[in-house]
Design a protein around this ligand. Sequence first.
Ligand code: ADP
Ligand code: MG
Length: 361
Amino acid sequence: MKENGLTMGCRRVLLTAMCILLAAGFTAAACACLPLRAEAAEQEKVTRDFYAMDTVLTLTAYGDGAAEGITKAGEEIERLDALLSTARKESEVASINAASMETEGEMFALSEDSIALLTASLYLNEETGGAFDITIYPLMQLWGFPTKEYRVPSDDEIAGTLALVGSDRISFDPEEGEMSFPMKGMEIDFGGIAKGYAAERILQIFRDAGITSGLVSLGGNVQTLGTKPDGSPWKIAIQNPYGEENYLGVLQAADKAVVTSGGYERYFEENGKRYHHILDPATGCPADSGLLSVTIINDDGMMADGLSTALFVMGEEKAVEFWRNHADEFQMVLYTSDDRLLASPGLRDCFTSDNTIEWIA
Ligand code: ADP
Ligand code: MG
């Protein structure tokens, strides 16, 4: 078994190539959402690429505070990566997970960032009927995703590891900023929501630096601050799960998060079957819901990130039902494995595609 070349290897190269293109006149781009060519701007434009949170990220800002804002944002990404990464042994999350191997019921003191992330994660877990669950980390390890030593576990191994999964069992005291697991070996992973949180933090740093026009592109997370300097909306392309050459459609957005989750982002193949990194906490296996990608558009990057992961797990029917119950909170674009493109009606004026769009009623 080996890594899929395009996704894990060439993909990085492609992204780097894209980032070089950006310097030659494109606005920031990475992964699932590719902002398109910008109009010539009179304000100073600063664009910089970073590698953190296991992805290439591109920050763009216009105006006087742009350079300073981007430098500070870069430091913030590094700070969050060092705090939240499951792979960095000294991180807060990794320390909690390591301690959970040794003890049961221990109270862990959380940073402000982890309190915010845990609050949102537990809320999403409840709202999505368990589809979003940060306690999937033991399963992520079982499938070999963190180490990239991929393997398909046996049914018994999956059943055994599922016993460690269940966010509703976490004790959390937001006032004291403490949490504990009821069972030894439970572990958490903010990977489904951390990039959205980081994007929110970066936007705040941009605002504090006086920036009114900017773009954050963190893997499949794109977040826009204001409009383009000429007052027109940003144009954000949603990646086609089948390849980077074309896209599913284009969204026009200002002051919005546009977050895409898809099974094509990170996966391995064994015996011709593809296993991707978004797990269904109900089965312990990669979600097999009939969706190839989910894009969420709303005002809050962290929620958009969590929802894109959760609705990908849920599948079309449940995702549509969920949207109907939260229609005033977010808009979405779904792409199904039978090649249908669905969009919620709030996007009628800002989403275009060469494909036929089925408008959700
Ligand atoms: P990406 O990070 O590739 O943009 P997502 O936002 O969908 O994609 O997050 C996927 C990550 O979320 C996984 O790598 C893992 O860390 C975590 N994850 C996987 N399945 C779930 C789930 N059901 N609920 C919450 N987090 C998940
Ligand atoms: Mg997500």
